[in-house]
Every structure is written in structure tokens, then in C-alpha cells.
Design a protein. Structure first.
Length: 394
């Protein structure tokens, strides 16, 4: 349950930092003209608006000299209005330059720089409009300023695979599906841990003999361990996934990026996918654990499976698996994790035939791996050390 507590706490801390710790600016007017003072006031307002639009706050101070501002502690960004700025600002032939000083050792400097650039864009757009209106007046031309400044604009529409118009919240659903696909990684670790311990742990603790002495079949013994490990993996994985969902939601609020959108259907599909991923994880690792000669070897094998899962799930967060070259895509389909990702993606995209296909592949691959595990399961491999087992087989 630790991720369910730690991940939301991490998201809350990030959100609190962005909401309560303001971006700190200092502006130095080296021109000291009437126009530069007006620009300083306007720029301060634009910085506040730009910070507010990104869900942050800005603290702006006015310093008398550049050297004093650069020596001040607690600043993220220093803005200097150089001499001659007002003359260039009022001219139609010259460019007015502002100097920006980014504090290299500040964690908030990148965010401050982004806010400053947005504010300069506002200011530049305002000045461009004024200059264009003046030129139109001198040329005695009646034309909309926007048509001259922005002669080409983009009218954007959204669509989904197949060419149909995108339904409401389609973009948020796609973002959520990628995030949930990545969150499946957190299901694998608890399932692997409990599966290794349920077999190799009992062998090293010498408790496996008591189980083997009971009047049960080896299929029942191995099947019970697989079901129990999968169930524990599902419970722990569900807590992990819930923590990840809360974390991503808080991060999206802090950064003002994509938002999480959960529909009842997506929740149901993801819950089923979590269960299948836990079972598939136990299915993948079971034959490998049974073939291992020690807990160290089993843990190394489990770490390899974890690494494979991390690569595939991390890739799904930033890229489209189905668009990989065929010589990469089709071999990846042999890995159950790939199909677990594609189940979510195709459901969100409305490709229900592919959704059923990948769901079937996930089930078939899990069952096939379980069959292999049952075939490899031998009682003597659990009772005898590796050297004695090798001698008995000889």
C-alpha cells in the first residue's frame, strides 16, 4: 500500500510547490525613460498574467542596478531594460531588445523563463498591432490588422483512427489510456515478488516438504501458488495503479498539461487488464522460477522480467507501439505485456475488433506459459539441491 500513499503525497508536494512558491523576477530599468517605465509596468502585468495562465504565481521586484539584482538571493530570473530601449521601441526601423538573465542553479528558472517569454510575446504582439495600425493610417489603407499580422491561421479539428470525428474528451481519454498502460508496470513487481517467494522461498525455508507430503497433485500445488500470487499481485497492483492515477492527476493540475479522464467503461477494461497482467506476469516467470536452482537465480530472472516490462510500458507512455516497424511490432506481440497495452489503446480508439484480438492473444499466451510451467514442475527439483538433482537425473 506504500505507493498508494507515497505517490499522491509526491503529487501533492509538487502541486503545493507550484501553487504556493511563486516564480521570482527582478526587473532593472537601465534606460530610465518615460517609455521604458511604461513598458516596465506593462511587462510586469503580462508576467503576472502569463504565470497565472499556467497555474502559478509570480513575484516581481524592481531593482535599481543589474549587479544588485544578480547578487540577490531567491530570484529565478532577472530582466534588464538596456539603455536606448525606449528609442528603439518607438521606432519603426529598429528592434527593441530586452536582456534576460536565467539563474542556472534555480529549480524554477525554466518555468520562469517560459513565463517571461510568453509575456514578451504578449508585449511584442501589442507593439506589432500598434505599428501596423500606424502604417495603415499613413498609407491610407483600410484593412483589418489581424489579416496583415496573421495572414495564415490554422482551423484545427480532431479525429480518431478511421477518420471519424473525435468524440468529446477523446484527447483526455487517449492521455489517460497511455498513463494507465504505463501504470500496468506497477502490477508486475508485487506479482513477481510473491511468486518467487512462494516457490523458492519455501524451498530454502524447508517448508515445501510439508506441502508435497499432502495428498494433492502437483498441478493443484503449483496452480494454488500461481492463483495466490496473482491475487496478491492484483491487490497490490490495484493500489499502485490508483496511486499513479492520483499522482498523474495532481501533476497535470500543477503543470497545466493533459488531464485525466476516466469513464466507467475504461475503468472496467483497465481493472480486467490489471488482473490479466498479474496472471500473465506469474505465467511468464513460473517456468523460469521452476528452472532456477536458487533464490538468487530466481530473483535475477524476476529482475530481467521486470526490466522487460519497464521498457515496454515506458515506451507505451510516449510512443505508439502499433506504428513500430513490422519486424519489431510482431515479435513484441509474443510478449503478454504488449497485448495488455494494446487492449487499453484499442478500446479507447474504438477499434473493438483489435481490442478482442489482443485480449485473446493475452489470454492464449498466459495459458500457454502456464502449460509450460506445469510441464516443467517436478517435485525432485524442489526437494533436492542442484548437485543431487543432477546426480539423480543421471
Amino acid at each position: 500500500m506504500l505507493p498508494l500513499l507515497s505517490l499522491p503525497m509526491l503529487g501533492l508536494v509538487t502541486l503545493a510547490v507550484y501553487k504556493t512558491q511563486p516564480l521570482s523576477f527582478a526587473i532593472v530599468d537601465g534606460d530610465n525613460s518615460n517609455l521604458s517605465k511604461t513598458v516596465l509596468s506593462t511587462l510586469s502585468q503580462y508576467i503576472s498574467l502569463a504565470a497565472q495562465s499556467s497555474g502559478q504565481k509570480a513575484s516581481i521586484s524592481i531593482e535599481g542596478s543589474l549587479s544588485i539584482a544578480l547578487k540577490s538571493f531567491g530570484l529565478d530570473y532577472v530582466i534588464y531594460i538596456p539603455p536606448g530601449f525606449g528609442k528603439n521601441y518607438s521606432s519603426l526601423e529598429r528592434v527593441a531588445y530586452l536582456e534576460g538573465y536565467k539563474r542556472a542553479d534555480s529549480a524554477r528558472a525554466d518555468a520562469a523563463q517560459s513565463v517571461f517569454y510568453n509575456a514578451v510575446n504578449y508585449l511584442s504582439s501589442f507593439l506589432s498591432t500598434q505599428r501596423t495600425e500606424l502604417l495603415l493610417h499613413y498609407a491610407n489603407i483600410s484593412a483589418p490588422v489581424e489579416a496583415i499580422l496573421n495572414p495564415v491561421e490554422v482551423v484545427q479539428s480532431f479525429y480518431v483512427s478511421g477518420g471519424s470525428p473525435a468524440p468529446p474528451n477523446a484527447e483526455e481519454l487517449s492521455y489517460t489510456a497511455r498513463m494507465l498502460a504505463f501504470a500496468l508496470f506497477f502490477v508486475t513487481t508485487p506479482a513477481l515478488t510473491y511468486m518467487v517467494d512462494s516457490i523458492m522461498g519455501e524451498k530454502e525455508r524447508k517448508t515445501i516438504e510439508s506441502l508435497l507430503s499432502l495428498p494433492i497433485s502437483k498441478k493443484s500445488l503449483l496452480g494454488g501458488k500461481i492463483i495466490a500470487s496473482s491475487a496478491i499481485g492484483i491487490i497490490a497492483g490495484a493500489a499502485d495503479v490508483l496511486g499513479v492515477i492520483i499522482y498523474f492527476y495532481l501533476i497535470s493540475v500543477a503543470y497545466g498539461s493533459g488531464t485525466v479522464f476516466l469513464s466507467p467503461g475504461l475503468i472496467a477494461v483497465h481493472s480486467f487488464d490489471v488482473a490479466l497482467t498479474a496472471f500473465a506476469t506469474c505465467a511468464i516467470v513460473s517456468p523460469l522460477i521452476i528452472s532456477a536452482r536458487s533464490s538468487r537465480g530466481a530473483n535475477t530472472t524476476a529482475a530481467s522480467v521486470t526490466g522487460l516490462a519497464m521498457v515496454i510500458f515506458f515506451f507505451a507512455l510516449f510512443a505508439d507501439i502499433s506504428r513500430l516497424p513490422p519486424y519489431i511490432y510482431y515479435p513484441l506481440l509474443l510478449v503478454p505485456y504488449t497485448n495488455g497495452i494494446m487492449v487499453l489503446i484499442n478500446y479507447v480508439q474504438g477499434s473493438y475488433s483489435l481490442f478482442v484480438l489482443h485480449l485473446s492473444l493475452l489470454l492464449v499466451e498466459s495459458v500457454a506459459l502456464y502449460i509450460v510451467a506445469f510441464k516443467l514442475f517436478k517435485e525432485e527439483s524442489l526437494l533436492l539441491p542442484f548437485s543431487e538433482e543432477k546426480q539423480s537425473s543421471l
